[in-house]
Write a protein that binds this ligand. Sequence first.
Ligand SMILES: Nc1nc2c(c(=O)[nH]1)N[C@H]1C(S)=C(S)[C@@H](COP(=O)(O)O)O[C@H]1N2
Ligand SMILES: [Mo]
Length: 244
Amino acid sequence: MKRALFLASSFSALAGCAQATNALNESPFHNVLELTERLNHLVIGTRGMARLYTEADIDWNFRTNSFSTPSDDRYTRLVNDGFRSYRLLVDGEVKAKSVYSIAELRALQYLAQITRHDCVEGWSAIGKWGGVPLHTVLSLAQPTPAARCVVFYCFDRADDGTPYYESLDLHEAMHPQTVLALDLNNHPLDPDHGAPVRLRVPTQLGYKSAKWVHHIELVAALDHIYDGKGGYWEDQGYEWYAGI
Ligand SMILES: Nc1nc2c(c(=O)[nH]1)N[C@H]1C(S)=C(S)[C@@H](COP(=O)(O)O)O[C@H]1N2
Ligand SMILES: [Mo]
């Protein structure tokens, strides 16, 4: 029942999101940010917000859990040059395809929040995640009216060669606490935690928080991407909506 209600509200939010995004396209950057925040409050309120913790709660040795840290030539070259040649591509159903260096991402807007990461395997860890809110990057890309989902492509691969990927609907992607994290516990992400850019979705289970993201694509539907379920683990049978 709770779930049905959530789906109904996220459906109407999605429609609202698309309309508002269009109305914002003519606005200067700061108005876009301010309106997006206000829209998020209208749509979400304080419901659906992840709990915030304090410095005293931080797990300074934040555990890792994922496929192996990428060790291919492409990723190794990036590690060796301190990620200076890394570029994040944002494309698909957008009016303004964009490419960002790490320095450019840091300059957009910075948000740090102490939240708990919950892995489906039964462990949790609290960390201070800093980075650029995803809604900032998406607003600048100007989603087209056809955009419904946001797909994240990662550098790492399963043993059979399938890349890790994840996706969110536009509503979860625009959530004020959803960030493209660049820092963990006051330091730039290390390779094992997903350097240089990872998704942090504190309102959903850990597998949604994709590490090693290099490409963000806005799409109308997910069915043409790999096995069509919206993520590497979803293609193996996990739920696409993994709200906590
Ligand atoms: N690219 C990628 N992202 C990933 C994973 C992965 O295997 N590859 N594992 C997920 C899972 S199941 C968890 S619990 C978290 C772990 O994040 P951490 O290693 O920084 O603790 O990353 C998530 N993001
Ligand atoms: Mo996990």
